[in-house]
Write a protein that binds this ligand. Structure first.
Ligand code: C2E
Ligand code: CA
Ligand code: CA
Ligand code: CA
Length: 281
């Protein structure tokens, strides 16, 4: 037993070491990634209750020269830790704005694109706040000049809000930049509190959506979120919709927008433009 215990410790140490090497390597490789054009964005359609595509969410991918395709969950936190998220976030917004112009010329001028923004980008200490606002407000390559990127921030951000982040959110309100609260339901913020920041959309976290068919509690929760949001004038997007049953339940509750594999996976821009499908059900 003692031997196997020691083995376990050794194994654990090796795994820890591997993880650290992996992390250090990735942070080093991130430096070249923008320059070498290793990032790209996929776009996932967001539909209304009739299946009409009205928005897209931009989702980053990293095509690493040796390690292959890396999902954001595997590198965004490192980029946040190293500060590189500022530069990456800048790239994401420029790229998404350009895409918006192209998508609007095919799908119409009302289309919006949601971009995920890290809490680090909203914080002045990193000098990210000024850059983020300037990026969002610059009119270049943005269809009709109207700024229509929707900033997606996580609910957790609101729960430990520093002053600079609060300023950034107030600036968004002042400038008419729309904000979506991502992963809603995983934190503990009240909807009344959220109203202080003029949030435009709530995105119900996919963990609740995916339990809809099985768990009565999830049904009650989704229904309650939707009706409370509406009472406060906030629109609701359900994410991670994978089945027809989930879609129908959500539509029955009055959910405004739906996003998930049931309608479409995230796809490259050229596919968005070439295979225009403005109705997905
Ligand atoms: P998120 O913002 O909650 O994005 C939704 C995630 O759910 C995406 O994963 C999407 O591909 C996935 N998804 C969409 N529909 C379904 C579905 O029906 N079923 C399931 N199981 N999954 C679905 P992805 O693309 O791997 O992104 C993961 C997270 O990485 C995002 O979560 C977001 O927090 C972050 N992220 C992605 N792109 C960016 C970015 O450009 N900047 C920053 N800061 N974070 C990003
Ligand atoms: Ca998101
Ligand atoms: Ca607003
Ligand atoms: Ca989410």
């Amino acid at each position: 037993a003692k031997q196997s215990g020691r083995d376990a410790v050794r194994r654990f140490n090796w795994e820890l070491k591997d993880a650290l090497i992996h992390k250090t390597e990735l942070i080093k490789d991130l430096r070249q990634a923008i320059l070498n054009q290793e990032f790209y964005l996929l776009y996932q359609p967001i539909v209304n209750k009739h299946g009409v595509v009205l928005k897209f969410e931009a989702l980053i991918r990293w095509q690493h020269p040796e390690k292959g395709l890396i999902a954001p969950d595997q590198f965004i936190s490192y980029a946040e830790e190293s500060g590189q998220i500022i530069e990456i976030g800048h790239w994401v917004i420029q790229e998404a704005k350009q895409a918006l112009g192209a998508i609007r010329s095919v799908y119409g001028e009302n289309i919006q694109i949601g971009v995920n923004v890290s809490p680090i980008q909203l914080s002045k200490q990193q000098d990210g706040n000024g850059l983020l606002l300037a990026d969002l407000l610059s009119k270049e390559s943005c269809g009709n000049g109207q700024n229509s990127l929707v900033v997606e921030i996580t609910e957790h951000l609101l729960m430990n809000l520093d002053e600079s982040t609060r300023d950034a959110l107030l600036a968004f309100r002042e400038k008419g930049i729309q904000v979506a609260l991502d992963d809603f339901g995983t934190g503990y913020s009240s909807l009344a509190y959220i109203m202080n920041y003029d949030i435009d959309y709530l995105k119900i976290d996919q963990s609740f959506v995916q339990k809809l068919g099985e768990e009565h509690a999830s049904q009650t929760l989704c229904e309650a979120i939707i009706s409370m949001a509406h009472a406060l004038g906030v629109s609701v997007i359900a994410e991670g919709v994978e089945t027809k049953e989930q879609a129908n339940l959500l539509i029955g509750y009055g959910c405004d927008y739906l996003q998930g594999y049931y309608f479409s996976r995230p796809i490259p821009l050229d596919q968005v433009l070439i295979f225009k499908q403005d109705k997905l059900i």
